[in-house]
Design a protein around this ligand. Structure first.
Ligand SMILES: O=C(O)[C@H](O)[C@@H](O)[C@H](O)[C@H](O)COP(=O)(O)O
Length: 284
């Protein structure tokens, strides 16, 4: 069946990109809306592979931060041909934008999710995988994690922002919850105002488990590239509130506060997640 799309998003210019709709939304980055999760996964794998290649060419390494949730499954194509052979995995340094303060072998661990779904399937150098210390409190784990990142900034394994003293990750990958949270930055939570630390912690996450560590907004917004990967109708309202011009009556969702200062923001959406974007109508 031939699918026909009619899309008019105020402030956006749309151009076809493979089977996807792609456009740039004023101030809110590039939108890539995919017809299926399979296409989204292919585009995401292409995007990550391209950024890895550029970064390895320019800096000799690729410093990438992951999140938890459905993101890891959506990155699955990286474990398959051609990416499993063409990506320079030995140059990857892996971090987590957020992690749950649980044991590494716990079902809730973002490290375990990424290890099982991605890291164990490609030739990553084990010493390049920087997971949190799971044998201390969330507060101590956040401090230690920031210390590790500071050492790697000193050696420029992670680049540094020229406008803040923050680390400049080559890529930070985020999911988004139906409440608009990204990493472990939840709506109306004081953690949104954390400006002094690079990594902080919470003990009252509304999404279990309660204890987590998270990159702060200044770190996310200092990255060279940030991708927010969102699928499913249950996220459509949050996508609308995070991207469309919705006024300033309510405090912005955490996802709306993702605004890389000099870096590039890309939204990877499926059609159901994009269904409430203003002015967009899809018909088949
Ligand atoms: O540790 C976490 O809980 C995640 O990092 C979190 O930020 C996740 O990315 C979103 O909740 C979206 O998760 P889903 O894609 O599974 O809905």
């Amino acid at each position: 069946m031939v699918c026909v799309y009619f899309v008019t998003i105020i402030g956006c210019t749309w151009k076809p990109r493979r089977m996807a709709l792609s456009g740039v939304h004023k101030d809110r980055g590039e939108l890539r809306i995919h017809e299926s999760l399979d296409e989204l996964g292919t585009d995401l794998a292409d995007y990550i592979a391209e950024l890895s290649e550029t970064s390895v060419k320019e800096r000799g390494v690729f410093a990438i931060a992951l999140s938890g949730g459905s993101l890891i499954g959506l990155m699955g194509k990286l474990c398959e041909a051609p990416y499993n052979k063409t990506v320079d995995w030995a140059k990857w340094y892996i971090f987590w934008a957020d992690e749950r303060a649980v044991a590494k072998n716990h079902a809730d661990s973002n490290y375990k999710l990424a290890k099982d779904g991605l890291l164990s399937k490609v030739p990553i150098v084990p010493s390049h995988v920087h997971s949190i210390n799971d044998s201390v409190s969330a507060e101590e784990a956040a401090d230690e994690y920031e210390f590790v990142i500071r050492q790697l900034v000193k050696t420029r394994t992670i680049s540094v922002s020229d406008i803040s003293d923050c680390p400049k990750f080559d890529l930070i990958l985020l999911g988004m919850g139906p409440d608009g949270h990204v990493a472990s930055l939840f709506p109306n939570h004081p953690v949104l105002e954390a400006n002094d630390e690079w990594v902080t912690y919470i003990t009252d996450s509304p999404k279990p488990p309660p204890e987590r560590i998270t990159f702060t907004l200044p770190v996310i917004n200092s990255a060279s590239n940030v991708a927010v990967v969102v699928a499913g109708e249950g996220k459509a309202e949050a996508v609308h509130l995070a991207i469309d011009d919705v006024g300033t009556d309510c405090p912005p969702l955490p996802a709306r506060m993702v605004q890389p200062t000099k870096g590039k923001l890309v939204w990877f959406l499926d059609k159901p997640a994009a269904s409430k974007l203003e002015g967009s109508q899809f018909s088949e």
